[in-house]
Unconditional design. Sequence first.
Length: 318
Amino acid sequence: MQFGISTLSRSLYTSREAYLSVAQSAEQACFDFMSVNDHIIVPTNLGSAYPYTVGGGWSAAEQGHCFDQLVTISFLAGCTSQLRLLTSVMVVPYRPPIQTAKMLATIDVLSNGRLILGVGAGWMEEEFRALDAPFKERGAATDEYIEAYKALWTQDRPHYQGKFVSFNDIIFAPQPLQKPTPPIWIGGEGQAAMRRTIKLGTGWYPGNNNQRTLFDTPSRLANGVEKHRAMAEQADRDPATIDIGLNVQGAFKWKAHENNDGTARRMFTGSSEDMREDAEALAAIGVSNVALRLGGETITEAAERVQRFGEEVIAKAQ
């Protein structure tokens, strides 16, 4: 099992010092990767329902603070040497595809091949409108943009013709250091995300708390994994070629908490032994990567939590 730290660029993560401290602590504690979320603006009147909370409320609606994801990933590349760097997830239609492909390739080269591209189609209609991005056709646009990235990253003379992006007669260099492309983890829990993974991704990276499709226990996630594998086989893709990850959308805590429907202990809460057992249960159903929300009220506390998790969970789980 490979463990990652999942960060939201608000609250604690609003300074250079915070990101620097946690990233370096995570590297020392043998975390495998660190992720940064993606919002560019926050609407003042938010009507879209957030898929990952009961009732659809989004905790960041009143804050507005959000670092640019790719700039933050670039910063983290410069202050670490081993930690892989995950966009979790990059909302694909928000940014122009050729420019985005260039930024991602540059990050991969300058980080010495440590980029993981986590991608999704997005959920917040108001943010799409503000960015003049196609909300109603976001799925189709996401697929085209990913196809365009791959053309730019792998072809000697890249060309692509689509509804949302087209190009030819260009030279694109440098291409990413990782070949043929950086890992592409597809976020989302529904059939559209599963199909996108099978068609375009190297990994499936669902969240655990989508209220329509809960993956908040290993047994519930196992059902999703089996469905995904069956879809892959139907599409003539070997399921073994697709990594399975999980984005745990709640801070790990050394006190047991119930999941939302009260049917089980929330994963990665309780004792360190409980957390190791959670990791073992996930590994048993084929999960190879798990991203964990850090928590902590201060930079010092966050770094201490990272160190403790490394010593009591990661070191003893491997």
